[in-house]
Design a protein around this ligand. Sequence first.
Ligand code: ATP
Length: 231
Amino acid sequence: MLTLEHVDVFYGNAPALHDLSVALEPGQIVALVGRNGAGKSTTLRTLCGLLPCRRGIRMMDGVDVTGFGPEDLNRAGVAFVPEDRQIFPTLTVDENLRMAQVVRRNGDWTIARVFELFPRLAERRNALGQSLSGGEQQMLSIARALLCCPTYLLLDEPTEGLAPLVVAMMVDAIREISNSGVGLALVEQNFKVPSALANRFVVLESGRIAWEGNKEEFDRKQGEVESLITA
Ligand code: ATP
């Protein structure tokens, strides 16, 4: 499990997360949902070590990794796909993927396998990063993260701005990644994509948890929970 336990996180002197606890399990999908500025991206940045915990602890598979930075956590098996994707615009798809294999843990994710997951990337393997559509860039960014063979994968709004057909493709791919045993955190602004995928739901509001529950609880209280982000 990758967990944050009662963490407070700040940007300089500005508090961003308060007493926040969240847990990712291999093969499970946790959805982090909330309005703009609720603290979703900050939670992912804290899980992957980009932000330190001022209070509370970060644990991974029974080890206290509170003091670990992003490089240490990446080597330990945590991969982060940021909202702005961060691919190399002047390298081809193939080169982008080969560059991603610099930090490589033991595991099954190879370039051939990410091409199976995203056949569109195989078709575009000689295209430059900057010439890709938004959906193709998102696929490339996730494929790059998978090539480190992570145990935990953190996805920041992977379907934002994508056409419905591409969103459906992305949902299938995320499900397949989860079925392979990877523990996923999925940040989204609404419940549309998470409700089809997540095992656990966490609603954030002003850096705190406003509601959390498993799939069954979410299905039972869906209207009530959705009103937390629409009201
Ligand atoms: P969005 O969907 O808009 O990205 P979010 O739920 O991911 O929203 P965060 O980006 O985590 O929200 O932001 C949480 C709070 O931290 C907000 O008040 C935001 O203004 C602040 N914040 C985010 N990034 C920084 C930063 N680099 N420096 C200072 N404050 C920041």
